[in-house]
Each structure stands twice: as structure tokens, then as C-alpha cells.
Ligand binder design. Structure first.
Ligand code: ZN
Length: 393
């Protein structure tokens, strides 16, 4: 048990599976790093995760996968796992077995388990618990194609599961990249609002879409492109200006948060400059403002997402879990937990100036600077012109 009194704890569950201990994607891929397993080991060593808070992921059923994906696509992943490789026709049609979306053992089972976990997160939220599904958040996957390291779009299926309960769902995507697959999946459902803050696609993947002017025919997409090196003050300005307006205008019943950590400053694929503190400040604000179940528990499902610096990811998601479960996690990392991080199989750049501090404290230096005019113009234009936000001036 950790040191906190139970009265401060919230009813939250961590949804995970042992399967994530086996590395997927291969050693030359940005996702060929320890992620969920490292975070879990780090939390256990702190200690800040009890066995009775863990829910084991189940496989998503075919019926669930087919709610968004095509039968041929689901079959192609299953066939590749059985045969041990991707057929040429599948590579071309479905973008499977490419450098971006490489084949690995468990090619169907691993993403189908992550997807089952995110659907379970939705079910836990509907039942009155907060849920964290860190293996989920695969927000780029399309119905008939893998995209951007994502095979099954667990996010969309979790949102749809909450919609099946009759709940209006606000989807907030703070991953460094535009949540294009989820925006596409929800484009025709006015009961969902997709709100994504991301690196401007003029300089970052997926290199199209996500402009602030793109809100779709149902006005149910809200996109905030961010300039390179966006820092804490800029991010907080954009988020905290828009967030209360979004809540007031959309009036959600539940929130699904995609919590990719590639916005953090040292991330090798992200080009933003966000600190762990700011990340957790956003999550805390989302939790505080979240609509509540009849039992008083916030209706919040948090899913994983990008994040290619395993140490930053483990520290940050451990902090997310502490926020969700109502723990005061010491900022100084206990020796046993630091040893977990130091033991991570990862090619670490020990010359980086922040390297040693990664293992001493779970937070890093806040970032600041002037708020650039372009970003102010984007946020003010959204407030004035987005069909949903115009109503709450
Ligand atoms: Zn990302």
C-alpha cells in the first residue's frame, strides 16, 4: 500500500495486459521501446499501483472491430499473424508490413488486445469508474488501412461504446499529432466533438488536415494547430481559453482523453516544448471539470497514444495515474523506481543535460516565453468563428 489515506483515493482502474512486455514493432521502429510495461513496473516500485486497481485487457471481438474497420482489413491482420508475414497484396492495399507499420509476432492479437482494453475503459466509465488504458490511443488508424504506427482505432471504438450508452462524448486529443482517424470516424455524429491540439500539419505528420478552419459539416471537430517549440505558457493559453468554452457549448456527458506524451520537450519525434508539469496540469483540469456519473465519479476514460522517449513517458503516465487515482506521488523518485528506469532497454543519450535528472525527480523544468501572435490569432479566430464556440461568446 502507498502512504495515502483511502479517503483521498478515487475509483480508478488501470487496464493492461502482460503481452506488452514483449516488444512489438521491431528494434528499428520508434515504438520498439518499453512503454506500458515500464510505466507499470515504475508505478509498482514507487509504490503507487495496487493489484486490485488492475483490470486485464480482453481481446476486442470481431463485431467490435467491424464497427469501424472493414472485414478484409481485420482478416488481413489475422492472416498475417497466422502465416508469420504480410501478403504483398495486403501491404499495398492496407499499408500493413511496411516500414511505418511493420509486421511483428502477435500482429493481430496485440493491437486487438489494446483495442479491447480501450473498449473496456469505456465500459468502466459507463459503470461509474475512471479508467486508464495506456496501450490504447491509436488515433491514426483508418477503416481499411494502418496509418502512423496505428493498426486498430481503439479510440474510435471506445467513443462509439460510450455513444451506445447514449452519452455525448467530448474527445480531447493532446498527442503531438492530429487525431485524424478519430475525427474521420466521428465526422457524421453530432453527439461527438473531437478537440485536437497538435503540431501544425504544415511541418508534422500527417502532413494534411487539422487546420483550425476544418470543423466539418457537423461542426463537431475543433482543431488547434500549434507552432514548432510551443511552450507551457502558449499551450496553457490555448487550452485554458478553449476548454471552458467547449464544455459550455457542447455539454458532454463523458470525456475521452488521448494522452500521447510526444508533446514533451525531449521526445525524439515531437517538436513541441512542453513540460511534464504542464501535461499533468491539463489532465488535472480535465478531471476536475469532467461531467460526473450518478455516483459522483468523473466520467473520464484516458487512453495512451504517442510518446517515443520511454523514460519521459513512464514518468508522465505515472503522474497521470496518480492524478486519476487521487494519489500524492512524491516528486523525488524512490531508489527502487529509479532503478526500474535505469534498467530500461533503450539507447539513452547520456550526454543530454537533463539526463541525470530524469532518474531523480518525476517532474522537469517548466518552459516559458512570449505567446506568439500567430497562436493568439488562431485561438481568437476559433472563438469568434467556430460554429460551436460562437454560441458561447
Ligand atoms: Zn503522436
Amino acid at each position: 500500500m502507498d502512504s495515502l489515506a483511502d479517503s483521498q483515493r478515487r475509483d480508478a482502474v488501470m487496464i493492461c495486459a502482460d503481452r506488452y512486455r514483449k516488444h512489438s514493432y521491431g528494434s528499428n521502429h520508434p515504438l520498439g521501446i518499453p512503454r506500458v510495461s515500464l510505466m507499470l513496473d515504475f508505478l509498482r516500485a514507487y509504490p503507487a499501483l495496487d493489484d486490485d486497481e488492475i483490470v486485464l485487457s480482453r481481446l476486442a471481438s470481431d463485431d467490435e472491430l467491424l464497427t469501424f474497420h472493414t472485414p478484409d482489413y481485420v482478416q488481413a491482420l489475422r492472416d498475417a499473424e497466422r502465416v508469420g508475414q504480410v501478403a504483398t497484396a495486403s501491404r499495398e492495399r492496407h499499408k500493413l508490413g511496411t516500414a511505418e507499420n511493420p509486421f511483428f509476432p502477435g500482429f493481430f492479437t496485440t493491437p486487438a488486445t489494446a483495442t479491447g482494453g480501450s473498449i473496456q475503459a469505456a465500459e468502466q466509465v459507463a459503470a461509474g469508474r475512471i479508467a486508464f488504458s495506456p496501450a490504447g490511443g491509436m488515433h491514426h488508424a483508418m477503416p481499411d488501412q494502418a496509418q502512423g504506427f496505428c493498426f486498430f482505432n481503439d479510440v474510435s471504438l471506445a467513443v462509439m461504446r460510450l455513444r451506445a450508452e447514449g452519452l455525448r462524448v467530448l474527445y480531447l486529443d493532446i498527442d503531438a499529432h492530429h487525431g485524424d482517424g478519430v475525427e474521420y470516424a466521428c465526422r457524421n455524429d453530432p453527439g461527438v466533438l473531437t478537440f485536437s491540439l497538435h503540431m501544425d500539419t504544415g511541418y508534422a505528420y500527417p502532413f494534411k488536415g487539422g487546420e483550425w478552419t476544418q470543423w466539418g459539416v457537423n461542426s463537431n471537430a475543433l482543431n488547434v494547430p500549434l507552432p514548432k517549440a510551443t511552450h507551457d505558457e502558449e499551450y496553457w493559453y490555448a487550452f485554458s481559453t478553449l476548454w471552458p468554452r467547449v464544455l459550455a457549448a457542447f455539454k458532454p456527458d463523458a470525456v475521452v482523453l488521448q494522452a500521447g506524451t510526444d508533446i514533451l520537450a525531449p521526445d525524439p519525434l515531437g517538436k513541441l516544448n512542453i513540460s511534464t508539469q504542464l501535461f499533468l496540469r491539463v489532465v488535472s483540469r480535465v478531471l476536475a471539470d469532467c461531467p460526473r456519473h450518478a455516483n459522483g465519479v468523473p466520467r473520464l476514460a484516458v487512453l495512451g497514444g504517442g510518446g517515443y522517449h520511454p523514460i519521459m513517458l513512464a514518468r508522465c503516465w505515472a503522474g497521470v495515474w496518480a492524478v486519476l487515482s487521487g494519489r500524492e506521488l512524491p516528486v523525488d523518485i524512490p531508489q527502487a523506481a529509479a532503478d526500474v528506469l535505469r534498467g530500461a532497454a533503450w539507447d539513452q543519450d547520456e550526454d543530454e543535460p537533463y539526463f541525470q535528472s530524469l532518474f531523480l525527480q518525476r517532474l522537469d523544468q517548466p518552459t516559458d516565453g512570449p505567446i506568439r501572435d500567430d497562436l493568439v490569432r488562431t485561438v481568437e479566430s476559433l472563438c469568434a468563428q467556430h460554429p460551436l464556440l460562437r454560441s458561447v461568446q
